[in-house]
Design a protein around this ligand. Structure first.
Ligand code: HEC
Length: 100
């Protein structure tokens, strides 16, 4: 069963993990395109435009994406933390906004 929305405490915890480990590439608000990431091909995913399934996000976080700058986090983050981050990035999606 899919977990429900993140609680306030979970969001806060996930955001801390995200800002520490992920924002350098995926951007503080998930929009990708941060200065340090412009040299990376393919560019880090914008989670404002792309909403990965929970399962896919968990897989990528565990094993990385070979051939990209997305490395495995299996040995760096606990399964609990990875699962929380997989849920968190899905909350950054902003379908209703238009982007340049
Ligand atoms: C060094 C840069 C870098 C860091 C740090 C990084 N990522 Fe990524 N990430 C990427 C790139 C590049 C891709 C692949 C984009 C593509 O394939 O088009 C990616 C893909 C992903 C995907 C799959 C989405 C897709 O479009 O296939 C997820 C989920 C993800 N990252 C989550 C995270 C999370 C959560 C963190 C922090 C723990 C993180 N990433 C840290 C660069 C990074």
């Amino acid at each position: 069963m899919l977990p429900g929305p993140l609680s306030a405490a979970e969001t806060e915890q996930a955001r801390g993990l995200y800002l520490k480990n992920c924002q350098s590439c995926h951007g503080p608000d998930g929009g990708g395109n941060v200065a340090s990431s412009t040299a990376v091909v393919p560019a880090p995913t914008s989670f404002r435009r792309v909403r990965p399934t929970l399962k896919y996000a968990e897989q990528v976080l565990a094993g990385g994406l070979p051939g990209t700058a997305m490395t495995p986090w299996k040995d760096k983050l606990s399964e609990t933390d990875r699962r929380l981050l997989a849920r968190y990035v899905r909350t950054l999606y902003a379908e209703d906004r238009s982007w340049p």
